[in-house]
Write a protein that binds this ligand. Sequence first.
Ligand code: KG4
Ligand code: ZN
Length: 333
Amino acid sequence: MPVILGIESSCDDTSAAICVDGVMLSNVIANQTIHAAYGGVVPELASRVHQQNIIPAVQQALVNAKVSKNDIDAVAFTRGPGLLGSLLVGVSFAKAFALAQNLPLIEVNHMQAHVLAHFIDEPKPRFPFLCLTVSGGHTQIVLVKSYFDMEIVGQTTDDAAGEAMDKTSKILGLPYPGGPLIDKHARLGNPDAFKFPEPNIPDLNFSFSGLKTSILYFIRDNVAADPDFLQNRMNDICASVEKRIVTILLNKLKKAALLYGIKDVALAGGVSANTGLRQGLTDMGQQMGWNCFIPAFQYCTDNAAMIAIAGYHKYLNNDFVGQNVAPLARMPF
Ligand code: KG4
Ligand code: ZN
């Protein structure tokens, strides 16, 4: 019955989770609101707030799980990829805690953990499956062959899907992070009101920077003609932009599923919280005869439960690291 403490601090969420024999007993997430004033995550501030939040988050995770720190068998932590200063806080905490409690350490790749979030609750996908991982920093189609044998078969050549959401919202004058606000406005708008271009990118790769530029010019020209354009058409703009981003993502996912002959298809990462994408995948899944796996909202955006479940499976494989481990801002799969 291994008890795993999971620690996540790769960007602007400080999170701690307790997993007992593969069952998640707690998942505490401390969000950082300070970045909204700056229109994006300020790495130095993120790191400082992680330092304030990490111990209370771990204490709360223990209390919620009704577990004592002496019951823990291993500490799993995000080694990368992410912001170096943010990662350092989680990695340093994990190392210090493991040293004090004489516990083994388990390193976890944040992007693999997003995929493994599907193994927290039922229904769990069967290997091999395809996972579309869409976050603020990454857009990947991953062929998942086993818990730790994953291959990126398509990825963005420039901006990530979440970045496209956040940059669009900035153009529209909405606060950071804009993804959830685009979602909110899009629910009230007409997705066919405006047509934005679909990039012509070969293979299973993505590009979102052209879309961002076309939105920028579209808004500039329309606001020049009508100063109230943004105010009057906000819902329609958000619905149309969201529709374009969702079609770009799902068209490539469909191509990958056909290419690899796979019918188990999953979503992961912060953008998988998006209502339009969740609905779009469900609709496409029905059309294609796929088994679709869409994570619960609390496991879409950054969380330590996904780190703890990845840590649990590594624990079963005796896959540990030493005290000399250091964070990696760019961590290969
Ligand atoms: O996975 P995540 O929490 O952090 C990273 O590892 O990047 O993803 C954050 C991204 C942000 O770009 C945010 O705007 C986007 O996920 N996001 C959404 C929604 N909720 C979060 N995008 C669209 N609709 C949402 N409901
Ligand atoms: Zn993430």
